[in-house]
Design a protein around this ligand. Structure first.
Ligand code: SF4
Length: 460
């Protein structure tokens, strides 16, 4: 398996391009502010968040029953339901459906689950060409990159770079970076693709247990276009996407778009209940570690996530390190609490990529205690021996220093002496803190020394 770099190393690579970092940071903060304005227009915003959180709590507490109810109703509606225990099984099921219909070219709308399962790569290895139809997804697909954000997949790319990409792949004029012209070029290219594909794969935003229907939210209408023009529609969903009743959709649809982009609602919120006459509708229910996460008491709330991306837009670390630095399908704070569940060793660095400021928990529309979970994952990772060796050793040294006043005072004295007389011993490339910051001037004395002197003076 390919070695992955850790978050700090990947963030450093992203930080090499300072103007891009500033622009990435500002753009996402702008979206965060749009979210705030949209939220403040709803007096019941906090009540909505609380309601959504409780509905999801109910779903997670009764997941087994809701899944069976949903399956029975979906089947009664004529949907062909499949169950996949993991990513491999999910990919095999999708491939088998395509093989049955002798399809080797498929359109796909945005689905983070298929990113998580690496479906595109799997199908490509098996001779199936997949065209992503969400504009942002198509851009990163042409660039041979993974999405860097769950709602805004190509947010790390400038329009000039997209212009170059389109010039190379879609034949737009060299140097053309007008977003309207580029979007029109993508539209023409995708329209042709839609008309010639017999199979379409979509994600699922919400599935309703009482009716067996599911809802897909897009701004571009690409999921509808794909699903309506193809003979076979395959929808893939994580098992946590359920809501008990149709009336609950109103709560989530009001929260989702406002939290994601500051819009009052996504342009298309389409309900799919049964296949059209003579067509097939498949639904793949995927576990892939979700039941394991459900069993982890401290982390089960992470399954409430509705993938709005608000926690990414607000996170000071995500905004300045870029989505690719998280080396996992879902980046940012939520990704950092989902990924260790899937592979704790490979993702042990991610819960540390946070300031624990709590801004993610404050904006989360389903009230996931994200920063608390990040902190708890750190404890699990250290306890189970997956923490970085350098970090483990330095923490042990700190523990020793803090446990003994004599060691603490001696260490402080030595540190101040070195900073004063041999600053290069601290201010060098080996010190990650120094890479981005000026070290402060060393104080003449420690607070303890100052306090002893001044208290004495006062008492004299
Ligand atoms: S954790 Fe909350 S804020 Fe982050 S993507 Fe999920 S629902 Fe949105």
């Amino acid at each position: 398996m390919k070695e992955t770099k850790d978050h700090a190393a990947l963030a450093e690579a992203f930080n090499a391009d300072e103007p891009r970092v500033n622009w990435h940071d500002e753009t996402l903060w702008f979206i965060r502010q749009k979210r705030d304005k949209a939220a403040y227009t709803i007096p019941d915003w906090e009540l909505l968040r609380e309601t959504a959180s409780r509905i999801k709590h109910n779903v997670l507490s009764n997941l087994h029953d809701y899944l069976l109810q949903f399956e029975a109703n979906a089947k009664a509606n004529g949907i062909i339901v499949h169950w996949a225990a993991d990513a491999r099984e999910h990919n095999q099921i999708v491939h088998a459906i395509l093989q049955k219909h002798k399809v080797d070219r498929m359109v796909k709308s945005k689905s983070m689950l298929t990113e998580e399962c690496h479906l595109n790569e799997y199908l490509a290895e098996n001779g199936v060409e997949v065209i992503d139809t969400d504009l942002g997804e198509r851009i990163v697909q042409l660039a041979k990159e993974p999405p860097s954000h769950i709602v805004l997949p190509c947010i790390h790319k400038k329009k000039e770079e997209i212009g170059e990409l389109f010039h190379e792949h879609l034949g737009t004029p060299a140097g053309m970076a007008d977003p309207q012209v580029l979007t029109e070029a993508a539209r023409q290219h995708l329209r042709e693709t839609f008309l010639t594909r017999r199979a379409a794969l979509t994600g699922v935003n919400f599935a309703v247990a009482e009716t067996g229907e599911f809802v897909i939210c897009t701004n571009e209408g690409n999921a509808d276009m794909g699903a309506h023009l193809a003979d076979v529609h395959i929808a893939c969903m994580g098992i946590e996407k359920l809501v008990p009743k149709r009336e609950h959709l109103g709560v989530f649809l009001r929260l989702l778009a406002r939290s994601a982009t500051g819009q009052p609602i996504t342009t298309y919120s389409s309900h799919f209940k049964r296949p059209r006459e003579g067509h097939e509708l498949h639904l793949v229910l995927v576990d892939n570690g979700r039941s394991m996460q459900l069993g982890r008491e401290d982390f089960r709330n992470s399954l409430k996530c509705i993938r709005c991306g608000a926690c990414m837009n607000t996170c000071p670390v995500y905004r300045r390190s870029g989505g690719h630095s998280y080396h996992t399908a879902v980046a940012g704070p939520i990704g950092a609490i989902l990924a260790p569940n899937l592979d704790i060793k490979k993702n042990a660095d991610l819960p540390f990529a946070s300031t624990l400021c709590g801004s993610c928990s404050n904006v989360c529309p389903v009230k996931i205690d994200i920063h608390d979970q990040l902190y708890k994952w750190r404890q699990v990772i250290v306890k189970e021996g997956y923490a970085d060796t350098k970090k483990t050793l330095s923490m042990k040294a700190m523990t020793q220093a803090f446990a003994s006043p004599t060691t603490f005072q001696l260490a402080g004295k030595a540190g101040r002496w070195f900073m004063r007389n041999m600053p290069f011993a601290v201010n060098n490339k080996l010190n990650p803190w120094y890479k981005q910051r000026e070290m402060p001037a060393p104080p003449k004395e420690s607070f303890g020394e100052w306090y002893l002197k001044n208290r004495k003076k006062k008492n004299e």
